[in-house]
Unconditional design. Sequence first.
Length: 650
Amino acid sequence: MPLIQRTLERILKNRSAVVVAVGVSLSLGVSAQESDGPQPGANSEERPAIEVPSFGAIFEGRSCLPAMSNVQARNTRSLDGQWQYTLDALGEINRRPEKTRPAVFEDVRDADIGPNVIKEYDWVRAPLIEVPGSWNAQIPQLTWYDQWMWLKKHFNSARNDQVRRFVYFEGANYETVVYLNGERVGEHVGGFTPFCFEVTDLLKDGENTLVVGVNAEQDEMTIPPKRADWSNFGGITRPVHLVEVPPTHVSNYALILQTDGKILFTAQLDGENKRQQVHVRIPDLGIDRRYRGESGSGTVNGLLEPRMTLSRWSPGNPVLYDVEIESGGETIQDRIGFRTIEARDGELLLNGEPIFLKGISLHEETVGVAPDRYMTDAAARTLLREVKDGLNGNFVRLAHYPHSEAMIRAADDIGLLVWSEIPVYWDVAFSDPAVLTLARTMQGENVYRDMNRASVVIWSVANETLVSDARNSFLRQLIEDTRQLDPSRPISMASHTLRSKGGAVRFDDPVIEDIDIVSVNYYRAWYSDGPLDELKTIEWANNSGKPMVFSEFGAGALAGFHSDENRKFSEEFQAAYYEAMIEMLENIPSLRGSVPWLLKDFRSPRRFHPEYQNGWNRKGVIAPNGRRKLAFDVLADWYKTLPDNPVDAK
């Protein structure tokens, strides 16, 4: 039966289905409510059906939770712009943090020392670089540089003992050390998630000096490891903010739509006044509620019942509601979509209805012959519009790491479903406890940053990792953490562990039993010598009872290279490959998503063929400059034949 017919039948079959609540019921009640309106009672029907998210012990001892939600909507000052920089290819400065000759964080001027004192840096004559942005994209001589760079920014400030201040980094790759006015305030490991440090007591009246060291080097203990198939893009790659908040403030919050139509509201107060009031308003839903934090913990948990009809978010109806959260004199404004997402009975259900993921993967690189990782709203929309409008898609796999908040918010607004993953990739050191701790922290930072983004529907814990006892235990811990942090979304991982002995291809990965969506990366006929016609005859056996997604498949093509013989790396071969794969996919009964690899060619030092690659992975269906290849139309035409996205489940 053709895929289009099966998909239509599934949608009609489930049109009137009753959706079972996601997750498990809480044993705790909700916080006391102080305004007019229905009061949640103590009975189980009025308690949250989704477990309240919790950091648990993952972030214990942090001075600033990575989930300071929605920093852009707070009282912030941008520290972006031109910074000075100096290279440190041997890492001498960070290896010798005592105040010695290379102590760049001291910012000592030549005029302040005697003529006989040696100082091995000179900020006065240091060149400039734009922040945010990678040094690889801005400085041609540093295209493949991945060692230390130190960056410095002067800014003026005035002390104010009535507020608290934090320096917040949306992302820096990979290892970051931060000094303010000569004092070390903290460090962070991981290139794609936010982090911040409280600097209230270190800020001075007048001029302040922020010095940041960033090391982009990867090795066997990093996530991802050194053998990654993409450009590293070192530097402060995302915006930097100086954030000002009340002494007690809402650090993070989440609003999650339950399958019964109520909205779980949870928030965390940070500060001494744990019983401070938190006021949440969603005017277009008639929601206006006040809560107080629980004494001791400062947590707020409550159920919000819309008094007006709630229009559920979907790719065909990407409605976002204005939300206001006020506490301690600070008002945080957000735009949030509400929808449910489940993997159940072999289906992927959006708002209770089956959906087929018409998707594609993409790396976080701007369009252009010299791409950068810094993703503005405009740059993000350029890529996502190619998926939504060009390919007729409804889904993107943001590989192989958390993409910027600008990308996620653009997906919210445009109406694209998102797969989000952390870079647990290939040969990570699975047996090392420190590496597991790092991965757990990365996933926590990722989940809490994007908890309120309706577009994010799948959390992924890994890509193409080889089965072993250590690896299996590692991934199962990440899966357990992710369910604790956010039970409202399904979990997957991209696996390439398959087996076939003359019959149907089967999955051979024991961790599949722990995830919700079976996802497979498959490159037969590209990395093998078999003819394309073989693809059309391959059978698949999915006995897991779970929805199946092809999370990767593809073939490379150099834009503009054509061949009557359909040679590899020609646009004709790539287009023919897509046609053969689509014919194979059409015959997989449990298939619920197609996510080819990938939208745009991307930088990779592992791809070194001088004619076809030259430092680029050419599997994109568009070229670096945005030009569409022949395969683009093949995929777009197929997706156009598939049913439209379900708009709503009333």
